[in-house]
Design a protein around this ligand. Sequence first.
Ligand SMILES: CC/C=C\CCC/C=C/C(=O)SCCNC(=O)CCNC(=O)[C@H](O)C(C)(C)COP(=O)(O)OP(=O)(O)OC[C@H]1O[C@@H](n2cnc3c(N)ncnc32)[C@H](O)[C@@H]1OP(=O)(O)O
Length: 302
Amino acid sequence: MALASGVRFAPRALLRPWALLRGTTLGRTEPAAGGGGDGARRFGSQRVLVEPDAASGVAVMKLRNPSNALSLELLTELVISLEKLENDKTFRGIILTSDCPRVFCAGLDLTEICGRNPAHCAEYWKAMQELWLRMYLSSLVLVAAINGACPAGGCIIALSCDCRVLADNPKYRIGLNETLLGIIAPFWLKDTYVNTIGHRASEQALQLGSLFPPAEALQVGLVDQVVPEDQVQSTALSEMARWLAVPDHARQLTKNMMRKATADRLLRQRDADTQNFVSFVCRDSIQKSLQAYLEKLRQRKG
Ligand SMILES: CC/C=C\CCC/C=C/C(=O)SCCNC(=O)CCNC(=O)[C@H](O)C(C)(C)COP(=O)(O)OP(=O)(O)OC[C@H]1O[C@@H](n2cnc3c(N)ncnc32)[C@H](O)[C@@H]1OP(=O)(O)O
């Protein structure tokens, strides 16, 4: 954890993301539309597309999974793409957005925890912790360009960024709705919420499982800007420019000062948090309610 100019304070060796890669296609590089030099080369995987712009030092990272549900593969590919950009000194910022119409991120992929054995649930939850830790402590500026629905785990991905721009569409709601599914947000999701919108607002929103439409999300402080859908990317770029105007080392050390205690809390209790998650989601009653919820989602379609 060097702390100097160009610092990288994210705990890199928390877990070996490569070990999680199972038949993914990560690492492919392809020329961006229109060709160009190295700065215009996309890279990524089946589920994450990275469009780097070396000239500005900003990369756009697009999620492209069905509903962008956080499958184990998507979590792994996100960690690897993030690590790749962090290790390349050309890049100072990432805009995270969705390539999937109407959905930024549907949260945990419920098929990863429904009808699975405890070992799989544990592997899955560790990957979720890993992504959150890396994003929350990233030395890069992360701006979420939220162009779709953003419930539960999706909200946590957005809250791990430094700044959030949400498209002004009443269907694009954001929040931690876990209680409505009969599950409980773990302490580090709660801490991230409290750090963003304060204790009282979190207390209400977490218990009620509130999903906020754009104007309310702005009012409560869950997002920083709400703009027409066709201006989400340009606004995210303007926000990025504002954050990048600050010298890296000062901004990075300040970010670390603000976030480290929250991340350390999880790091200290990571195994216990995993065990807690596994024993909770593997309960018969929880399995039944998750299964029923998944079924409802599937039937709602069409
Ligand atoms: C002790 C601690 C315990 C737990 C802590 C856990 C913390 C985090 C929890 C979570 O993240 S739980 C997941 C919460 N997510 C949701 O409630 C969102 C559910 N999905 C939706 O509301 C909608 O799908 C949508 C995201 C708003 C998108 O709507 P749209 O109409 O565009 O798509 P559709 O509903 O038709 O779905 C398409 C397709 O995707 C499947 N799907 C959707 N979400 C999930 C999901 N989270 N996991 C798995 N699969 C999901 C849906 O079933 C459809 O599948 P199909 O094409 O096979 O029919």
